[in-house]
Design a protein around this ligand. Structure first.
Ligand SMILES: Cc1cc2nc3c(=O)[nH]c(=O)nc-3n(C[C@H](O)[C@H](O)[C@H](O)COP(=O)(O)OP(=O)(O)OC[C@H]3O[C@@H](n4cnc5c(N)ncnc54)[C@H](O)[C@@H]3O)c2cc1C
Ligand SMILES: NC(=O)c1ccc[n+]([C@@H]2O[C@H](COP(=O)([O-])OP(=O)(O)OC[C@H]3O[C@@H](n4cnc5c(N)ncnc54)[C@H](O)[C@@H]3O)[C@@H](O)[C@H]2O)c1
Length: 444
């Protein structure tokens, strides 16, 4: 007899798993298909391993800042040891995620499935049906179409390098290049970033990005802007990168960090009547694809919101609410913070600086240098800055921050924006002192 489920999820990452558990707890029969590691990008080769590696960088940064204030030597990070520590987090993920599904009695299929009609998949020669589907296949690294592209590695391989080479080069200057270049630099490797224009981290405030680049240059990271990479050639155990304007660089490894592309190949979405653009699966305001029985959630969706783990989880919960008939309003996203985990960290949320500058009748920007504030001076941070945007009622509506503590500060701003917390309300709270949070009263 043909297998038939209430719901099939394709992709076992944060988005897919959240959707599967939600439907299962509502009493639905559910199956999840995964063609690689259970758990997806975030815990296996994304956010979590990256932030474990960052912990050693943060310790080194602190030591460096407190040189002559209790510390004299600044050790380099021992990559092999750190990598082994990282593996204690990543190694158990896939098996653990699969076991979780098994104990929740969610069926699992490992391998490639492909649609053969609007409600049918074929897997290992077997046809499997479902009333509803959820596409949650995420994205994978894009590789430049250049001569010698086979010599390029990606963030996937970087996060599992057994040995850090003496020199390493990142192509692209987005989130991944900044974060991984910063980690490699802390191990003592010679680090280069080659970028095709002079707008790194283009979604962020230019002033703060310039500041971040300067600080990373001072740590020894070499930026090569306005270079179009044309060719990567193997030279013995090294690689030679050649690019526009006679650019040439010999390096130990080349990591391509030029963006990620939606994972839709092989699914034959045409057969299911699901339309895809180059940015991902097209959805309506209920996260239904062009086939209303097929939803799409997480990184695989063509959307203007940033492609991040908490956004993936939020969408999965929303889509399940809609699919189960508990929600009928269109999806409405709260403020979404985005962060670049460098040294320092750069973060933003809500109304952007260009948006605020373009509408002075609606917004005011408070440009704050926090370097001398106790919170930052205590750890001797070289620079700590925030641009905070208020509406005409003096309610915070956006912020961009550059500091080692940006990951904590931005969440406080997010809370204030989303819950409309103002200066007076913060003043009525008693918060642990002295902390990033206890500064909030003086910031908003
Ligand atoms: C290096 C790096 C660092 C990151 N850091 C952060 C961070 O600090 N904070 C943050 O919020 N986000 C971060 N992200 C982004 C975050 O990882 C993603 O937003 C998140 O994983 C999206 O979840 P998802 O379930 O939509 O996709 P994924 O986690 O990518 O999961 C999709 C799953 O679908 C599977 N799949 C693909 N095709 C098929 C198929 N045909 N059949 C079956 N299964 C398939 C994949 O193997 C994968 O397991 C980072 C990403 C990277 C690459
Ligand atoms: N901290 C975080 O939240 C975090 C960290 C890492 C990744 N991510 C997620 O992963 C996504 C992908 O990260 P990413 O850094 O690969 O992408 P990105 O879009 O941030 O950056 C890609 C960079 O490559 C450049 N580029 C594009 N085409 C190029 C070309 N032909 N030659 C040279 N450079 C080129 C772009 O100008 C851009 O600077 C992010 O958008 C985000 O969703 C998030």
């Amino acid at each position: 007899m043909m297998k038939n489920y209430d719901m099939i999820v394709i992709g076992g990452g944060p988005a897919g798993l959240a959707a599967a558990y939600k439907a299962k707890s509502a009493g639905k029969s559910v199956a999840v298909f995964e063609n690689d590691l259970w758990g997806g990008t975030c815990p296996n080769r994304g956010c979590d391993p990256k932030k474990v590696l960052l912990s050693a960088v943060e310790a080194r940064d602190r030591t460096q800042q407190l040189q002559g204030k209790g510390f004299s030597e600044v050790p380099y990070v021992n990559w092999s040891e750190l990598e082994q520590f990282k593996e204690t987090f990543t190694d158990p993920v896939s098996e653990g995620s699969k076991k979780g599904l098994d104990s929740a009695k969610i069926d699992t299929y490992h391998g490639e499935a492909k649609f053969i009609s609007e409600h049918e998949l074929i897997f290992d020669g077997e046809t499997i049906q479902a009333a509803k589907f959820v596409l949650a296949t995420g994205q994978h690294p894009s590789i430049l179409k250049i001569s010698g592209a086979n010599n390029l590695l990606t963030s996937n391989e970087f996060l599992s390098l057994k040995k850090m080479p003496k020199s390493i080069t990142f192509i692209g200057a987005g989130y991944i290049a900044f974060e991984l270049a910063n980690i490699a630099n802390a191990t003592g490797a010679e680090v280069h970033v080659v970028h095709h224009n002079d707008h790194p981290l283009k979604a962020f405030d230019g002033d703060f990005v310039n500041d971040m680049v300067e600080q990373m240059k001072q740590r020894g990271i070499q930026f090569h802007f306005n270079v179009d990479t044309e060719k990567v050639t193997r030279k013995g155990s090294d690689y030679q990168i050649t690019g526009s304007d006679d650019f040439s660089l010999t390096t130990g490894l080349v990591i391509c960090a030029t963006g990620r592309i939606p994972s839709v190949e092989g699914l034959d979405l045409d057969a299911a009547d699901v339309k895809v653009t180059k940015h991902g699966v097209q959805v309506n305001q209920f996260l239904q694809t062009t086939n209303p029985d097929i939803y799409a959630v997480g990184d695989v969706v063509d959307k203007k919101q940033p492609k991040l783990t908490p956004v993936a989880g939020f969408e999965a919960n929303y889509a399940m609410g809609h699919l189960l008939g508990n929600v009928s309003d269109p999806i409405s996203y709260p403020a979404i913070p985005t962060l670049v985990y460098g040294s320092p960290k750069l973060a933003k949320v809500g109304v952007s600086i260009p948006e605020a500058e373009a509408a002075p009748d609606k917004y005011t920007i408070s440009d704050q240098d926090l370097t001398g504030w106790f919170t930052y001076h205590r750890i001797n941070e070289p620079t700590a800055k925030a641009k905070i945007i208020f509406d005409k009622n003096h309610q915070i509506v956006g912020a961009t921050v550059l500091t080692e503590q940006a990951d904590e500060l931005i969440n406080l701003f997010t809370l204030a924006i989303d819950k409309k917390i103002d200066h007076e309300q913060v003043g009525q709270l008693i918060l642990g002192y002295p902390t990033v949070a206890s500064d909030l009263e003086y910031l908003i």
